[in-house]
Every structure is written in C-alpha cells, then in structure tokens.
Write a protein that binds this ligand. Structure first.
Ligand code: SF4
Length: 692
C-alpha cells in the first residue's frame, strides 16, 4: 500500500457547491476547433501577446486533435516529438472549452511549472478567468497534528534536525497552504519531514483534533472547487488505486483528463497498484506506538517491551531478506522464488507476524483511550494482513518481489500493467481522455504504451518534431567497437568521449545504462583527456546532487557522466550541450522480476518477448536519451551510439529508425570534424556577441 492518502472521514466534496458551478458549456460542433485555430493563428491570442511566437503546424494539429477528443468525449493517445509545444497544445483547447479538467504530469517540478508558469500565462493570453488548483500528495503538506506530536519525538533528532524543526514551527504560524516545498533544505532531512507530514497510515481523518485546520483537506477542497486541477501521476495512481479522496474523488467530476509525460504512467502505476510491506513501515509503526502508548496510555501495557520486540523482529526480517551474494547491496529487486529459498525467510516472516499480533493486541485493548491509539490499531491490522499475504501463492496476473536496500527491505505484490485500472476508469464514460508524450512507442499504433495501458480502442496520433534534424544533428555508430558485454567496452566509451569532449571544450553528456560503469567510463575519460592535454572537469552522477552537477555542467568546460536520472527530464538548450554519448542499447534487465513476469506472460500468449517487449522498451528509452541533444530549433549536435548491434543485429535498423531523422556519419573523423565545426560556430557567435 502507499503512503499517499487516507480519506478524512467526511468527503471533501461536501465542501463544494455543485449548484454554484455553471453547467458545462454546450457549443456547436466544431466551434472549439475554430477557436483553437484562431488562438494559434498568426493574429491569434498567442501571437498578439508574444512577439517571439511562431505558429507550428504540428502544434496546431495536436491541439485540434485534442479539441476533437474533448468535443466527442474520446480517448486520444498522441506522441509529439520534441519542440511541438505539447503543453500549450493541450492547455489551449482545455481552457477554451470551459470544461472542468484534471491535468496529470510526471513530477512535482513539472506540476509547479504548469501551475506557476504555463497556466497563468495562457489564462491571461486567452482572457479566460479559469480557476486553477495544484494538488500534491499528502506528504507535501504540513500535518498540524503531527507537528504538535513532534515536540515529544524531537529528542531523537540531532542538533541540525532540531534546528530544522524549530524553523518549521515558526513557518507553520504563517503558512497559508502548508506546502512544505517552501522550506529550503527540507529535502535533505527526510527524517524531519516524516515527523511533520502525514501518510495514509497515520492520518486520523475526521477524528483528528486539527481537522478543521488541516492543509491536506484544504488543498483537496480547493481542488474540488477549481476548473483545472494539476496533479502528478504518483498522486493519481495512489489515490485512484485506494479509492481515496484527492485525485480519485476529482476524476468522476471532470470532463477532461489529460496525462502529460504519459510514457511514465505504466511504471508509476504498477508501483502504486501493488500491495507493499516494508521494514520501514513496521519500524515507523513501532515508533508511533511507543510515542502514543507512553504519552496516552502509560502503564496500561508494556509498550517499551512490545515495541522492542517488534523492532527485533523487523531487524531479523530485514536480515533474512538479504541474499547471501557478494553483490547483496547492489541487488535491487529479488525474484520471489529466490526470496522464498532464503534460509531464515519463512521463520522471520512468522516472527514478524507474531510481534505484530502482540502489539496489535495491546493496541486493541486500549484503543478507546485516544484517536491515535485507535488508528494505530487499524494500522497494525493492515500490516499484519500484508505480512500474511506474503505466505500466499502469487496470482497469475501479478508479480511479487523483494526490494533490497542497504538498510531496508520491501516486499511488493503488483499487477503487470495498468490495464485493469484504466479499463475500470474509462468504463465510467462521460469524459475525454488525452495521453501525450514525446515517446510512446516505436510503431504507428503506439503499441508499447497502448497495450500496457489497455488503450487499444483509442485514437492515435503521431507527430514528428518541427526541428530540422537532418541539417542540425548527426548520428554516429562506430562500426569497430567492442561489444557491450566485453570488458573493454566502458574504457573505449570513455576514450571516445574524451576526444569529442576535447573538440567541444566539454559540452558532452555520456549516458550509461547502468550505474556500475559510471566510474570505469569516467576514469578512462580522465586518462585520455590527460593524454590529449585537455583540462576539463568530469562530473559523475552520485558525486553531488543532480541540481549541483547540472549547475557545474552549465558553468562550462565540463563533461557529465550519468545514468538513468539523466536520460530524461533534463533540459539543456543551446550550445551548452552539443554531444550526447549513449554507451549501449537500453534494454530492460532480464533479471528484473517484473520484466521476467512480463516475458512469461507474453510467452504464454504465444508472442516473441524480445521483439514485442525488449525492443520497444529499448526504443522508447533510446528516444528519451537521444532527446537530450536537440532542445530548440537552433540547437546543433552529435549523437554517438556505442553499440555495434545497431549495425549488425536484425533489430538494429528498427531502433535507428525510431530516432529523429539525423544525418548519419560514417567515420570517427567525420564526427570530430562536425564537432569542430560546431565549436568554431559557437566561438564566432560568442565573439560577435562581445563585439556588438
Ligand atoms: S487530518 Fe489531522 S492527522 Fe490527518 S493530515 Fe490533517 S492534520 Fe494531519
């Protein structure tokens, strides 16, 4: 289960006056389409308010398709290449339609961009006084009840933690919305954030003494009253899966649901649709029981003894889940068959259940003492049920695994995709659904996305990028290069990247498919740069925060070596980034239990898992990684793909064809010469700018 939301007992919709809301505007067929055409036209609202605005046919086509989906209450799946301007392409028809809409995007940062930048701009340009609300997960808001309790547990914090708590107490006096993102540095103190925010497990709902001042409730109430509500995929799935308030309550009341960055929906969805039991959930329960037991029912049960027993049982369970392998710390997901064969796993799970029973028994005996104890008793029962579930057989349409970290374990039982949930939601009818992203598959039918989201019935649209890739971008696949599994491969990637970085004075990203090769690639690069006499900084993922690394990269004369977190969501427009290296084709790991289960499922259907799953997955990830290179119409650059399977394997052409139409280069010398041309052009521009 997730921590995202627990329903306050009284539905927030009670706060909304449906009578006050004007009826959804009815209009003549095609009227919205005409308004959209006008807005994007050379004399339309966008052109009038922005002198730099240039109409893009792809953007107009996407906006028109969305207008049609809104008018006809259809489902549209639209892939729109980089530079199409998809955000405005969906916001303009949504705002012009006057319909109530839910817009979901991938991250909180993108949510903020939409809410703080794009929506206000468009509202003004289009002259539509539409009310908008931003809704985040409950962990983003201050919980006043837990803040009061935090005084008691503050002794467990170090000095800096206590200082942070004091700052939060001061801030809590003034905040209007309780959005914790206002507090600088809090993301570095998840322990403090956990003390002053709620989760589904510990929220008291309508029994909370701070219920009337609750920020979570206020944010949901505001969302229910707004015309356009911006959420994120995590919140959407967490709420909808648990049939909670928040996004789940909003969904039936909107006329349009738009999902941007839709390519992330399936992976996010399976996480949240799964049932989870983690060592930290049980430890948190123990801590909360101890604080509430000693504070509200002291002497009525041996709280310290019970909680110490629970802590010991969790520790044993966590250790039992560590595989006896040398690479235990780097294992990640452990397949369930392997988990079950671990020597102490069954006994440790049974001991954990007994410890939960003991704590649960004491809580139930004294739950009448306070709302906190009552909620803790319910929480204990939920965790006990999840522990019992781990002993049952895995259902055929699901997969179970253990996430193994250095300090925690988490058992997850999850569906293979989001088909069932989406089918259930779509069956309700009465609204338009729009799913969009720059990468939704490698075929016209967008099968990669539509199949796993159960959207086979949807209308599909594919729009290429308006950028002139053939003129501005080159792609080079070295023909003579070690194969990706060979030991020399990372070293050769580092050496080749060093030559390109020297030609450009930095300005390179080296994207790898695994964390393991980051250091070997960086070291080879460092050695080669020394030989070449080039003094460049090499920034490696993990050596500082992502933000810090990007800031240092933007400062110049640097190369960034990064893995998954730099493959998408990183936007470096202009000549700061002119070369992207990709070490090898980003196929999913066949050892990942979720991948294994999907492969098994495809085989049972008589399908070829490699061509129908591995290749499309690699295509989508490759498009995302390559998409870092060209971000604006003026950008120029080189993409280097260090995987000779693109030239030799039967699927190579299919993967190359999924990339934007860059001009292919035949030799390393051609590649370096192109980079030198770019570097000269950049220096010329810089000296012109200095002279003017
Ligand atoms: S209802 Fe109470 S416990 Fe729940 S989030 Fe609001 S303030 Fe916190």
């Amino acid at each position: 289960m997730t921590d995202a939301a627990r329903a306050p007992a009284a539905p927030v919709s009670a706060a909304r006056s449906d009578e006050a809301r004007p009826p959804t505007p009815s209009r003549l067929p095609g009227a919205l389409s005409a308004e959209v055409e006008l807005a994007f036209g050379p004399h339309g609202a966008l052109a009038r308010s922005d002198p730099a605005y240039e109409p893009r046919q792809e953007q107009v086509d996407l906006a028109q398709a969305i207008a049609q989906a809104i008018d006809r209450q259809e489902t549209l799946v639209a892939e729109a290449g980089t530079g199409v301007g998809k955000t405005f392409a969906y916001l303009v028809p949504v705002l012009l339609s006057g319909r109530r809409a839910l817009v979901s995007t991938a991250t909180k940062n993108l949510q903020d961009q939409l809410f703080l930048r794009d929506l206000p701009r468009l509202r003004e340009r289009l002259g539509r006084p539409v009310s908008c609300a931003l809704l985040k997960g409950r962990g983003s808001y201050l919980c006043r009840h837990r803040l009061q309790q935090a005084h008691e547990t503050a002794v467990l914090l170090d000095r800096r933690g206590q200082q942070m708590l004091t700052r939060i107490i001061g801030w809590a006096q003034q905040t209007r919305d309780g959005d914790m993102s206002d507090i600088d540095g809090l993301e570095q103190r998840p322990d403090v954030a956990g003390l002053v925010t709620s989760n589904r497990d510990n929220c008291l709902g309508s029994e909370c003494p701070s219920y009337t001042q609750c920020h979570v409730l206020a944010a949901r109430r505001e969302a229910m009253a707004a015309d356009v509500v911006v959420v994120n995929h995590h919140l959407f799935f967490a709420d909808v899966a648990l049939k909670e308030t928040g996004a789940a309550e909003l969904l039936p009341s909107v006329d349009v649901a738009v999902f941007d960055e839709a390519h992330q929906m399936v992976e996010t969805g399976v996480q949240f649709l799964g049932v989870q039991l983690s060592s930290s959930q049980v430890l948190d329960l123990g801590q909360d029981v101890l604080a509430a037991g000693l504070g509200q029912a002291r002497g009525l049960a041996p709280w310290q003894e019970l909680c110490a027993g629970l802590e010991l049982a969790v520790k044993r369970w966590r250790l039992a889940g560590q595989p006896a392998r040398a690479d235990a710390a780097a294992v990640g997901r452990l397949p369930w068959e392997e988990v079950q064969s671990l020597p102490d796993w069954s006994a440790a799970t049974a001991a954990l259940q007994q410890a939960l029973d003991a704590v649960g028994g004491a809580l139930q005996q004294h739950e009448e003492q306070s709302a906190d104890l009552k909620r803790l008793a319910e929480r204990c029962v939920e965790l006990r049920q999840r522990a019992a579930m781990l002993e049952t057989a895995v259902a055929p349409s699901r997969v179970r695994w253990l996430d193994v970290g250095a300090q925690h374990v988490r058992a997850v039982d999850s569906p293979l995709d989001i088909r069932a949930l989406m089918a259930e939601q779509q069956a309700i009818g009465g609204k338009a659904w729009v799913f969009t992203s720059a990468t939704l598959g490698d075929d016209e039918a967008l099968s990669w996305f539509c199949e796993s989201a159960g959207l086979g019935h949807a209308r599909r649209l594919r729009l290429g990028s308006p950028f002139d890739y053939a003129r501005n971008a080159r792609v080079y696949v070295p023909a003579r290069f070690p194969l990706p599994h060979e030991a020399a491969h990372p070293r050769m990637v580092g050496r080749a990247a060093a030559h390109c970085a020297k030609a450009l004075s930095g300005r390179c990203f080296v994207l790898t498919t695994s964390l393991r090769v980051l250091q070997p690639v960086a070291e080879a690069m460092r050695d080669e740069l020394v030989k070449l006499g080039a003094d460049l900084e090499i920034l490696v993922q993990g050596s500082a925060s992502k933000r810090t690394l990007l800031d240092r990269f933007l400062a110049g004369r640097a190369v960034l070596v990064g893995s998954h977190s730099f493959w998408e969501g990183v936007d470096v427009p202009g000549d700061k980034l002119q070369c992207v290296f990709i070490d090898k084709l980003p196929f999913p790991s066949p050892k990942d239990p979720l991948v294994e289960a999907r492969v098994r499922h495809l085989r049972e259907q008589g399908r070829d898992p490699f061509m129908s799953y591995f290749v499309p997955e690699a295509a989508v990830a490759l498009k995302q990684g390559a998409g870092r290179l060209i971000r604006t119409v003026q950008d120029q650059g080189l993409l280097v793909l260090c995987d000779t399977r693109l030239l030799s394997a039967r699927y190579g052409r299919r993967l190359l064809e999924c990339l934007p139409p860059m001009t292919a280069l035949e030799s390393g010398e051609d590649a370096l010469s192109w980079l030198r041309t770019l570097d000269q052009g950049r220096m010329l521009k810089a000296s012109d700018a200095e002279g003017s």
